[in-house]
Design a protein around this ligand. Structure first.
Ligand code: PLP
Length: 444
């Protein structure tokens, strides 16, 4: 087993090579907590500031080029500044940016999504995945007349209170593995929200089904993050969860916010399931802020107030923003079965190449992948649930991340939740595999 090179050398070289990023970071500290718009961008010693993107490349403030394997938290499936998206954007900008009235492209994008995903009979647009899960849960509560929700330990659905329960609980307070405690993820969350959540374990359908059945009279829904490309979930497990929810009379809300990039019909086609409601985001906005929630017409029609109040309501100043919708439609129109086949081939090449490399080097590391999504973990433990992911070695990931940056590759910090983009080809994947070999060899 190898031990990887010490952090200081990477971080020292990083500082020497990115003075402009350092000064921007320090400048931001006067006006933003932590110097940044969001904590997720931070890595030690300070994040790399990007100047621009083109195709599958990003360029930092020093003008250095990186192959982008992070793709804006997986949202950029066509890479950066795809000509079809840019043309649609310019056309929309010329017509107007925010018109305060419905625009035709709204119905066009709605038809495109519902044409791809049969369970989506009706849908609504909003501005983020967070909003989409909030509205889907609210509909589930209204439809069933019940208040509690079930979610998975380690599942992420955005940043409103009920879904931020047990996203990353410290293992010493997380409770029994098959019956996890509900643990708030952020300070300031309502205790009422925490009390409303039943937490389920991934990849243990017997325990999940039992907990769902035990609480059937209180639960409005199970909201299910399938952790595509992050945690391998057995098809039997996924189908078992869907049946457990639906057989016990509650709604199954399927979170496709990341997973929709795996194929034309999304992850629900891959697993062969029919959720009651689904939520989307990321690639649907073509690089702009977006959320979508939709599903069964009898549930979604609670929002139809054209014949009078239903008591339900969804708003949002920028919901259904014309620029977002134009970029989203242009993006989905590019995503043909052939394009998904291209991404699948690259994904397979990457998973096989990295797995072989780890085996040859005798490194305790694993790659998890699905379609164009992948994550890398430094652990030899079988990856079955949130807890096994939480025990992976984060310090090694940090050093490998820096080493890959030195080789001109930009991955998500922590190496979880990376994504390929359409402009990539086999040579880009080979570059990642050989840069990983360099990173591992630096330690020998
Ligand atoms: C699975 C999943 N659901 C929901 C969200 C929340 O989406 P947003 O960041 O647009 O609020 C995310 C964001 O990363 C996500 O990965």
């Amino acid at each position: 087993m190898t031990t990887l090179a010490q952090p200081s050398s990477f971080e020292e070289r990083y500082r020497a090579g990115s003075p402009r990023s350092q000064s921007c970071f320090e400048r931001g500290q006067a006006t933003m907590p932590g110097g940044l718009a969001k904590g997720a961008y931070y890595f030690r010693p300070y994040p790399l500031f990007m100047e621009r993107g083109e195709g599958c490349y990003l360029y930092d403030l020093e003008g250095r080029r990186y192959v982008d394997f992070a793709n804006h938290h997986t949202a950029q499936i066509l890479g950066h500044n795809h000509p079809a998206v840019m043309a649609a954007l310019y056309a929309q900008l010329e017509k107007g940016i925010a018109l305060g009235a419905p625009v035709t492209v709204e119905a066009e994008l709605a038809e495109e999504i519902s044409g791809r995903v049969p369970s989506i009979e009706k849908l609504r647009f909003c501005n983020s995945g967070t909003e989409a899960t909030l509205h889907a849960i609210r509909l589930a509560r209204g439809f069933t007349g019940r208040n509690k929700i079930a979610k998975f330990e380690g599942g992420y659905h955005g940043s409103h209170d009920v879904v931020e329960v047990s996203v990353s609980p410290p293992l010493d307070v997380a409770g029994p593995e098959s019956a996890p405690h509900a643990v708030p993820t952020a300070g300031g969350m309502s205790q009422h929200a925490v009390d409303e959540v039943l937490v389920l374990p991934y990849n243990d359908e017997a325990a999940a089904a039992q907990r769902i059945a035990d609480h059937r009279d209180e639960l409005a829904c199970v909201i299910f993050d399938p952790k595509a490309g992050i945690l391998p979930l057995r098809k039997d497990f996924v189908r078992g969860v869907v049946s457990a929810a639906q057989d016990n009379g509650m709604l199954l809300i399927f979170d496709e916010i990341v997973g929709f990039r795996v194929g034309t019909g999304g992850l629900q086609e891959y697993y062969g399931i029919t959720p009651d409601l689904s939520v989307f985001g990321k690639i649907i906005g073509g690089g702009f802020p977006v959320g979508v929630f939709g599903g069964r017409a009898d549930i979604m029609d609670l929002l139809d107030t054209t014949r009078g109040s239903t008591g339900f309501f969804q708003s949002g100043t920028f919901s259904g923003h014309p620029v977002t919708l134009a970029a989203g439609l242009a993006t989905l129109q590019q995503l043909t079965p052939e394009v998904f086949a291209h991404l699948d081939r690259l994904g397979e090449q990457l998973q096989t190449g990295l797995s072989d490399l780890f085996a040859r080097h005798g490194v305790a590391a694993q790659v998890v992948g699905l379609g164009s999504l992948f994550s890398i973990y430094f652990t030899d433990e079988e990856l079955v649930n949130y807890r096994s992911l939480a025990r992976a070695d984060k310090e090694v990931s940090h050093r490998i991340f820096h080493s890959l940056l030195e080789s001109g590759l930009f991955l998500s910090h922590g190496l979880g939740m990376n994504a390929l983009s359409v402009p990539m080809n086999a040579a880009h994947i080979e570059t990642l595999i050989s840069a990983m070999a360099t990173a591992l060899a630096q330690s020998e």
